[in-house]
Write a protein that binds this ligand. Structure first.
Ligand code: AMP
Ligand code: ZN
Length: 115
């Protein structure tokens, strides 16, 4: 499958991996938007949040828990951070393999505004 994140999972493409278990891997974003910018992804190829099924609920919960653990390890939890899923075209999703952005290490401005 021609998916860049599946290639990172298979170690066919290098990445700065910060966490890995049987079901989840996390690595530094190649174009960071903040001092801390990590992508947490399921090893299962699910293209977008719109594709989640009932059977994926536990996996998606674990994705958030792993983000929380990484934030704790990086000592950014006290001041806080952002967790972000972009979803398909209007959400600005560019890589079609679910990924949770963990962004922090500095105050972050809102990227959406009241209409
Ligand atoms: P999104 O716009 O939510 O789909 O975000 C995709 C993210 O993946 C962007 O922040 C990219 O910088 C990041 N990205 C793309 N390719 C790689 C890669 N090979 N290694 C690490 N991050 C990547
Ligand atoms: Zn994939």
């Amino acid at each position: 499958m021609d998916c860049i994140f599946c290639k990172i999972i298979k170690k066919e493409v290098p990445a700065d991996i910060v966490y890995e278990d049987e079901k989840i891997i996390a690595f530094k974003d190649i174009k960071p938007m903040a001092p801390v910018h990590i992508l947490i992804i399921p090893k299962k190829h699910i293209p977008a949040i719109t594709d989640i099924k009932e059977e994926d609920v536990e996996l998606m919960g674990r994705l958030i828990f792993v983000a929380k653990k990484i934030a704790d390890d990086l000592t950014i939890s006290k001041q806080g951070y952002k967790l972000l899923f972009r979803v398909k075209e209007h959400g600005g999703q560019e890589v079609n393999h679910i990924h949770l952005h963990l962004i922090g290490g500095a105050p972050l401005f809102e990227d959406i505004h009241p209409i």
